[in-house]
Write a new protein. Structure first.
Length: 248
């Protein structure tokens, strides 16, 4: 069933009403061509979702009638932050879409030494807006209870500062050895711990960046004997963490 996100102030539980405004109005009315009585789900972006039917169409809003509310357990019990080295072309769009589907709490584009792409100023803000739209669309499709935030592009040192506030940070690195040590680190991750994942761009990390991450408290891990592309590595470890942390 179709899903949309609203702000808490758009929900009137007392009168069993929800007001849809903004771009979703056009999408519901003109793209999906929904009619009065059609069913859809609404998420408050936190922990509650509402089964609704379209009650009426106003000039600039759609009024929904709340049938019932529930608090499902769709989100992972840990917040996972993906620090993604800026890739070339449109790979970032694909990475964001799949990371959201796999349960990432936030995606943080990072400018690293081997990044070919440089984003600054108005161009960077335009990209960020586009990436956030992709995150929202993926969140709707995958029944997420919230829309993961896509941050503005930041420098590697700034990313490390953010990572210091997390419980643990992992750096998949092609020169890292010891699969048993990697498995041990993942097994010891308990639900509720915040996790950062650092992924290098095409060409990987500079050795200096890896050493900086280790000094900041990150753990280098291996993803096996094969070399994965930048758009594959993050999704591989996200899949492992999703399987490990997923609730019943």
């Amino acid at each position: 069933m179709l899903r949309f996100f609203v702000q808490p102030h758009q929900i009137d539980e007392k009168n069993h009403k929800i007001s849809i405004v903004g771009n979703d109005v056009n999408h519901i009315r003109n793209v999906l061509r929904m009619k009065e009585g059609d069913e859809l789900w609404i998420s408050d972006g936190q922990e509650k979702e509402y089964s609704c039917i379209v009650e009426s169409f106003e000039n600039e809003e759609v009024i929904l009638h709340i049938r019932y509310a529930q608090q499902p357990d769709y989100e992972l019990p840990s917040k996972i932050y993906l620090f993604q080295g800026l890739p070339k072309a449109d790979k970032m769009e694909w990475i964001i879409q799949k990371a959201v589907e796999l349960g990432a709490y936030s995606v943080i584009p990072v400018s690293m030494k081997r990044c070919v792409v440089k984003l600054e100023g108005a161009k960077a803000e335009k990209k960020k807006a586009r990436w956030q739209q992709i995150a929202e669309s993926a969140a709707k499709q995958s029944k997420r209870m919230l829309v993961p935030e896509v941050h503005s592009v930041i420098k590697f040192q700034e990313a490390l500062e953010i990572a210091k506030g997390l419980d643990i940070c992992l750096v998949p690195y092609e020169l890292a050895k010891g699969m048993e040590e990697t498995k041990k680190i993942i097994r010891e991750l308990s639900p509720g711990k915040s996790v950062g994942i650092f992924i290098g761009p095409e060409g990987g990390f500079e050795e200096e960046e890896v050493q900086m991450a280790i000094k900041a408290g990150a753990f280098p891990i291996t993803l096996g004997h094969r070399i994965l592309r930048t758009e594959t590595a993050g999704l591989a470890i996200l899949s492992v963490l999703m399987f490990h942390l997923e609730g019943e």
